[in-house]
Design a protein around this ligand. Structure first.
Ligand SMILES: N[C@@H](CCC(=O)N[C@@H](CS)C(=O)NCC(=O)O)C(=O)O
Length: 233
């Protein structure tokens, strides 16, 4: 940060270099929040209160017409949405951090895992559990919608568990794909949905990372209380 009294134009340029990050604590934006901290990025946070419906209010809709979080407003003024695109851009644009795999096979695995997490586990599974009203208008059907969501999540975890390397990360070395996977493992923990053994070990490995602990504390969670469950039978 420039010292007080430094050239105003220098301060202006410095401020403009920051990413603006739109997020909601405990949501899918946690994955992107972890990537930003792992990169040591300086960024400015705007909390969007989803339960209060802030994402549908004009102040946010003018920023992101999709009315969803997370979103990144980049230093050049362009908006970036969609978790996978944000993870890709952050990893690729900061190559020295090594969070985007350089090997084609590893990079493809990272994309494959992120796509499955975001579209299937989150979009088909957890979305049914969190917002059953998006899948059935009749409130009497919401219990069944939630149960279906849980089935999708449990099947998805079993599939990922079978392909995840036992003692390393999604794409060999730690990459942007791991924080993206983290957010659904964290949701499972909060909802008492059991994790199969390899996924649980991966979740605990991520919970031990300083950047993950920092993000969890910043978002109002105590990392010491997480990852305590027994593996799924
Ligand atoms: N496909 C989007 C999904 C984002 C998403 O579903 N975000 C949720 C929070 S975890 C949201 O904004 N929900 C508000 C709504 O859909 O009304 C992405 O990858 O960023």
């Amino acid at each position: 940060m420039p010292e007080p009294g430094a050239c105003p134009r220098l301060i202006e340029r410095h401020m403009m270099q920051h990413i603006k990050f739109y997020m909601t604590p405990g949501s899918c934006s946690t994955g992107i929040h972890i990537i930003l901290e792992e990169l040591g990025e300086i960024f400015e946070v705007t909390i969007v209160n989803l339960p209060a419906g802030d994402h549908f209010k004009p102040a946010y809709v003018t920023v992101n017409p999709k009315s969803a979080i997370p979103a990144l407003l980049r230093p050049d003024g362009s908006l970036l949405t969609e978790v996978i695109a944000m993870a890709y851009w952050l990893g690729q644009s900061r190559p020295r951090a090594g969070l985007w795999p350089t090997d084609l096979t590893d990079a493809t695995r990272a994309l494959e895992t992120m796509a499955y997490v975001v579209t299937t586990l989150h979009g088909q599974g957890f979305a049914r559990i969190f917002v059953p009203s998006s899948f059935a208008r009749d409130p009497a059907a919401h219990g069944e919608v939630r149960r279906l969501g849980q089935d999708i999540v449990e099947k998805g975890f079993a599939v990922l568990n079978a392909t995840l390397p036992r003692e390393s990360y999604v794409a060999g070395a730690f990459s942007v794909a791991d924080p993206v996977l983290f957010y659904v493992l964290f949701w499972a923990d909060k909802l008492n949905i059991p994790l199969p053994a390899t996924l649980l070990a991966h979740y605990r490995r991520l919970l031990a990372r300083p950047a993950v602990q920092l993000v969890l504390r910043e978002e109002g969670y105590n990392p010491a209380t997480l990852g305590q469950m027994a593996p799924a039978a």
